[in-house]
Design a protein around this ligand. Structure first.
Ligand code: ZN
Ligand code: ZN
Length: 385
């Protein structure tokens, strides 16, 4: 099969490699669409840990084409989104229901071979069936939307809130939509005008392209979502927060920063981190299916797999938001007895949370309930073309 292999930091090649074969409890997914994300770029630059060489990519949707032994929860032919972080299922953190911060997490495209390939394997409990009628392109952003939903659940905004979304990339634009749906007044900050343009189309009432501009606007914020991952963001945010404000951190700065902690004390600010997702994939798929959340406005390019090296080189371009890789397959699948050819996980990681447990937890804490049926209609008539 064709795959984009990260040989070493800064070096990616499209190679012919053996197709993986699903092991116990795993499924084989024929990849249809895969999102390029900041994490892929950071891995490409060598800023993240994990293995080399490795097939890159972690955000994908596709079709199940083969089942490993012991797979009972899913069938061949199902269209699925892959949840690409596999918790160990055994540690104290996992047993407390927080597999998203499991220290032994295995990450697709970082630790083991990922989705920028014609085929990828995943544990059966980490694939989510797409609702009927939801296209691969619309479903391709399920993973980043799940990141935003997780953060929004940890620090929700509501009517009356003055929200700042710091960084209007993919995750930031999802926060804009969630906060608009919650009837908050939303401001977005980003250095790139095209992203701010999308933020306005999605309902942000004010947008700024620099901190100085924003400060001149003389408004403080009751809830802030940091998605830029820039080192100075938190110091700015602490300054711009209203007394009693809440700060949700989703970005992952590469450098340490200095923060005026006295202001955190004086204003009694609440700081909350949010790391990837737990059970949010089903809600994300439902919101995309119902059109409550839109991703089409910020898909900037769709590339064939062969163009991935160019797409990564262009990652910092201010005119792009979300780029996808669409994988067209020539020839048939040729699974081999080994998982991938490059890296194998160092332990079994698929006994984690079963789907049934996940569904039960979701019932208890239903995010969809926060978005009444009318919300989608209102959203779609607010000047969005
Ligand atoms: Zn991602
Ligand atoms: Zn664990």
């Amino acid at each position: 099969m064709k795959a984009a292999v990260l040989i070493e930091p800064g070096k990616i090649e499209i190679r012919d490699v053996p197709s993986p074969s699903p092991r116990n409890g795993e499924v084989l997914v024929k990849v249809r669409e895969a999102g390029i994300c900041g994490t892929d770029f950071a891995k490409y630059r060598g800023d993240l840990g994990g293995n080399f060489p490795v097939i890159a990519g972690h955000e994908a949707v596709g079709e199940i084409v083969a089942l490993g032994p012991g797979v009972t929860e899913i069938r061949i032919g199902e269209r699925v989104a892959i949840q690409p972080n596999f918790a160990c299922g055994e540690c104290e953190t996992c047993l407390s229901g927080r597999g998203n911060i499991c220290p032994q997490r295995v990450r697709l495209g970082l630790d083991v071979d990922g989705v920028f390939a014609e085929y990828v394997t995943a544990p059966q409990n980490y694939v989510w069936v797409l609702p009927e009628g939801l296209s691969y392109s619309d479903a391709a952003l399920t993973e980043p939307l799940s990141v935003a939903l997780h953060g929004f659940q940890k620090s929700p905004a509501a009517a009356g809130d003055r929200v700042l979304v710091y960084g209007a990339g993919t995750i930031g634009l999802f926060y804009v939509q969630l906060a608009v749906l919650a009837k908050a007044r939303v401001t977005a900050l980003d250095i790139a005008e095209p992203r701010l343009d999308v933020a306005r189309k999605l309902g942000a009432s004010r947008t700024f392209s620099s901190g100085a501009q924003l400060e001149a606007g003389r408004e403080d914020f009751t809830a802030v979502y940091e998605t830029s991952g820039t080192a100075d963001a938190l110091a700015d945010i602490v300054k711009w927060c209203a007394p009693g404000g809440r700060i949700l951190l989703t970005g992952l700065p590469e450098k340490a920063s200095s923060v005026p902690t006295a202001l955190i004390t004086r204003k009694e600010l609440l700081l909350q981190g949010a790391m990837i997702y737990r059970d949010e994939f089903r809600t994300a798929l439902d919101l995309l299916k119902k059109g409550v959340i839109r991703s089409d406005l910020f898909i900037t390019n769709i590339y064939p797999l062969e163009k991935l090296p160019e797409a990564l080189a262009d990652f910092r371009s201010p005119i792009r938001v979300k780029d996808l890789i669409r994988i067209s397959i020539i020839g048939n699948c040729d699974p081999r007895p080994e998982r991938g050819h490059l890296n194998k996980p160092n332990k079994t990681f698929f006994q984690a949370t079963t789907k049934k447990k996940v569904e039960a937890r979701m019932k208890k804490n239903d995010i969809l309930a926060k978005f009444p049926p009318g919300a989608a209609g209102e959203h779609n008539t607010s000047g969005i073309s």
